[in-house]
Design a protein around this ligand. Structure first.
Ligand code: MN
Ligand code: MN
Length: 305
């Protein structure tokens, strides 16, 4: 493929999918050459809702890339969360809101990062910086991404910039942010249609640091108890994954988006990364007020491991 491609992380969430589409739109305008949005995994139920609502087609699925392919990354930078072959790609641009880890390039690049709640907030800023108009559909995609990443502006990752962007984008997209937002998040809590093997990978992020390999996966629900009815099967699948991937730790976070709490199933030989801070009982940890993997769970694991 000769054209420039843009994609978010593996096990894509709404930000990774929507920001790829938005970034392709933005960069195509800026460069006057077509930039193609791609995805590294299946579209989840929440994202499907957003794409159908705004009448936008999903990005093209890719599994790996050729050597020297020019790429743009959104919503991630860690190679362990990126496409197969990323080490030999030419990374042209990154727009992201995560910590920078295990990232290096051979050549200079455009890297735009800020500690905001969502990649789309930064993309919206880039439209403004470049005096580009935002079409309603594109605004709808950015709005969906921010609502998803910030749990309708309730996550501790939310910044003033995210809040302002949501107001403006809702206006351009011509939707009520609260009504649409709740419908979008609710669409993502429809977990019944997934098998346990699918659930643990739905929104899983793998981290490799020194000799430690771990996964933090997260699902959203309106009832943690409902998800925990499947605990035995979930544990089986998590243990399979630990064996298969040689993981030291797997944290499966179940987040109640109504009450902003989480519980997690914790397995592996390094569960001390959690148990140093929280009590684990029957492989379950209760984390009141915790909803953000990036800002609350990941730093805790990193500190304890
Ligand atoms: Mn993401
Ligand atoms: Mn994001």
């Amino acid at each position: 493929m000769e054209k420039i491609i843009v994609f978010g992380h593996k096990n894509p969430d709404t930000d990774s999918i929507c920001s790829s589409l938005v970034m392709a739109n933005l960069q195509t305008k800026l460069r006057r050459e077509e930039v193609i949005a791609c995805r590294l995994g299946e579209i989840n139920e929440e994202t499907k809702y957003a794409l159908e609502y705004f009448g936008v087609q999903a990005p093209k699925f890719i599994e790996k890339i050729e050597e020297n392919q020019t790429v743009m990354l959104v919503d991630h930078n860690e190679f362990s969360q990126s496409v197969e072959g990323i080490e030999k790609a030419k990374i042209d641009t990154v727009v992201d809101h995560h910590r920078i880890n295990n990232f290096q390039t051979a050549e200079p690049l455009f890297y735009y990062a800020q500690p905001v709640g969502c990649t789309a907030t930064l993309l919206f800023e880039l439209y403004k910086l470049n005096n580009l108009e935002v079409e309603p559909k594109i605004a709808g995609l950015m709005l969906s991404a921010i609502i998803s990443d910030t749990l309708l502006l309730k996550s501790p990752t939310t910044t003033e910039k995210d809040k302002k962007s949501v107001e403006e984008l809702a206006q351009i997209a011509n939707v009520d942010k609260d009504v649409y937002g709740l419908e979008l998040l609710k669409a993502g809590t429809n977990l019944d249609k997934y098998t346990e093997a699918e659930l643990i990978k739905l929104d899983a992020k793998k981290v490799e640091k020194e000799n430690i390999k771990y996964v933090i996966a997260q699902v959203n629900t309106v009832s943690i108890a409902d998800v925990l009815k499947r605990k035995t099967r979930l544990e089986e699948e998590i243990n399979n994954e630990i064996k298969k991937e040689g993981l030291n730790l797997f944290v499966f976070v179940i987040t109640d988006i109504v009450n902003s709490n989480s519980e997690a199933i914790v397995l592996g030989d390094r569960t001390d990364a959690i148990s140093k801070t929280y009590e684990i009982k029957d492989n379950i940890v209760v984390m009141p007020g915790v909803v953000s993997r990036k800002k609350q769970i990941l730093p805790l694991v990193e500190k304890n491991i």
